[in-house]
Design a protein around this ligand. Structure first.
Ligand code: N01
Length: 545
């Protein structure tokens, strides 16, 4: 740091009013900092504001999601289902915003277009799409790992005359409420069979005249097992909240599951079958997160479970040829996020549902009437793009962020992110990336982990304030060590064998490719232990001034 510091307009600017950003804004304000939040949407909610497609819902148990730390504020909330739907999640976010009284700190309907670190003044200069320019000392992104929508670039995409939208940009009416798109009597195409497509497909199948599912790669999907939560159950859950929070904090992903202590290879075939059957029939992510401990480390153990799930798909889908197309062959079970489904496989038994293999016969272009693949033309009234996100770094890439000496963040991370604790990149002082790349909160129940991370960042900022420190930057050594450890941890798992959204593949000018994980897979407890060590040692690994 050099030059003359100037007093910025704000102590901190927080980008995003999702569950993480709102919490961060609230915590900083509570500490007496002058904080401004910026949010592109009309209101709070983040993921739950933007993703309004039919079928959108939580895939962790509702009562394990979010705002535990604000004890006394949110525990009174009554969840109506074990896995809450998007409308309820959005109501929850709004309720939280009211309770925390954070809306007053936010500029809504506003996008951050640029953020440039001024070396001389030690401030971030933030440019908004309104034309306004603001300065702050700390810049904190809470833009979400899955917020930058990814649209395919098919030729003719603009020519399609029917209704077409990405799932995370569902059409709204004049008042901003999601439109109910009535599929009755319509020919509907869904492109994409990730967690989003898997949620929407069985619902569209109910009413569409014909539903065409354009599948490039099948996923391993398992039953969600959603149920209503009765008042007496909710009362009991509420009494157990402190225990529930401690339990989820002790698990790797803050979902309420610990891995079984046995290896799949140590157990007899008969025992395995009984165990898998039990996991398959229980609600939630147990099948992925409480299976054998070597599930994501041993190909042999993984195959036991993959074979079991493949058998289930064959049992549930009546046409054997369709069943085979729905069974993944390119990645181990759980190496990509496992979509949780409700009657997904049964949808393919309906006469109006057609699975179109676009791996074998790719989409060639769109026309005013529909989609043309290498195999033929599909006339459609509606096209739903369930094509996912430019994950984790995508939302940051879409902002022109420059650090010291005008270095662009996008360039610094061209071959994959490089950070300390997934929270700061060297060369970008005072810029914290909540739930960002290589950060222990991104591969986690974000409601819990993002909240805990906000508390940690708040502590660091107040530590600095209390000591008259205004500058923090990850040291070169700490960043290198963290980044190497993140890559090494990931490479040890079977996740390295799959192209999940958390892997970024970059093609170099010479045609070679670099494949990098965007997430830390060391688990929440290990991550928070590391963060606590850093805090305890007066933020060793950060250069403070
Ligand atoms: O996105 P995805 P998503 N042409 O990237 C296909 C969370 N989430 O929105 O696999 C044709 O998983 C792509 O095909 P392929 C959850 O973490 C949570 O579904 O690349 N197809 C794939 O099938 C989840 O993991 C909930 O070959 C194209 C699909 O689109 C994450 O969000 C619910 C294509 C994208 O799948 C992302 O899920 C929903 C193209 N050009 C989501 N481009 C909960 O339950 C992409 N595809 C909380």
């Amino acid at each position: 740091m050099s030059g003359v510091e100037t007093k910025p307009d704000y102590d901190a600017i927080v980008i995003g009013a999702g569950v993480t950003g709102m919490n961060q804004t609230y915590l900083l304000d509570r500490e007496g900092l002058r904080v401004l939040g910026i949010e592109a949407g009309e209101d709070v909610g983040g993921t739950w504001y933007w993703n309004r497609y039919p079928g959108c819902r939580l895939d962790t148990e509702s009562y394990t999601y979010g705002y535990f730390a604000l004890s006394g504020i949110i525990p009174e909330w009554d969840w109506s289902e074990t896995f809450a739907g998007q409308p309820e999640m959005l109501r929850y976010a709004n309720y939280a915003a009211d309770k925390m009284d954070v809306r007053r700190h936010y500029k809504f309907r506003t996008k951050v277009e640029s953020a440039h670190y001024d070396d001389l003044a030690n401030v971030w200069k933030v440019g908004l799409d309104s034309g306004e320019k603001l300065t702050c000392r700390f810049l904190i992104s809470a833009t979400g790992p899955l917020s930058a929508s990814r649209m395919p670039d098919y030729a003719g995409i603009e020519e399609f005359k029917g209704e077409a939208f990405h799932t995370s940009r569902w059409p709204t009416d004049d008042e901003g409420n999601p439109q109910t798109i009535d599929f009755t009597g319509k020919r509907v195409g869904v492109i994409g069979t990730g967690a989003t497509g898997v949620q929407i497909i069985p619902i569209a199948a109910h009413t569409a005249q014909d539903l065409y599912v354009f599948q490039r790669t099948p996923n391993w999907c398992t039953p969600l097992g959603n149920m209503p939560l009765e008042k007496d159950e909710m009362d009991l859950i509420r009494k157990r909240y402190p225990t529930i929070l401690e339990y989820v904090k002790s698990t790797p992903t803050a979902f309420p599951y610990h891995r079984d202590t046995r290896k799949g290879t140590e157990v007899s075939e008969a025992e395995r079958e009984v165990f898998f059957e039990q996991l398959y029939n229980q609600p939630g992510y147990g099948i992925w997160l409480s299976g054998f401990r070597d599930l994501l480390l041993s190909k042999e153990s993984n195959k036991f479970l993959a074979d079991f799930i493949a058998k289930k798909i064959r049992q549930r889908v009546t046409d054997p040829a369709v069943a085979e197309k729905l069974i993944p062959t390119d990645h181990p079970f759980g190496a990509k996020r496992v979509p949780m489904e409700t009657n997904y496989y049964e949808a393919y038994n309906q006469a109006n549902v057609h699975l179109v293999d676009i791996k074998g016969a790719p989409i060639q272009h769109l026309t005013p009437k529909g989609i043309v693949t290498a195999d033929g033309a599909y006339d459609l009234d509606v096209i739903i793009f369930a094509t996912g996100f430019d994950a984790v770094t995508g939302s940051l890439d879409r902002i022109d962020i420059t650090g010291k000496n005008g270095q662009r963040l996008k360039d610094a991370w061209a071959d994959g992110p490089s950070t300390f604790l997934g929270l700061q990149a060297r060369g970008f002082p005072n810029f914290f990336t909540l739930v960002g790349p290589h950060n222990g909160s991104a591969f986690c129940n974000v409601g819990v982990c993002g909240g805990l991370q906000g508390e940690w960042v708040t502590r660091m900022i107040t530590y600095m304030r209390d000591r008259g420190l205004t500058f923090s930057e990850a040291s070169e050594a700490a960043e290198a060590q963290w980044t190497e450890a993140v890559y090494a941890d990931f490479a040890r798992t079977l996740m390295a064998d799959a192209n999940a959204w958390w892997v970024k593949t970059t093609t170099k000018p010479d045609g070679s490719t670099v494949k990098r994980t965007l997430v830390y897979v060391g688990g929440g407890p290990e991550y928070r232990k590391r963060c606590e060590e850093v805090a305890y040692s007066d933020y060793a690994g950060f250069e403070l001034a």
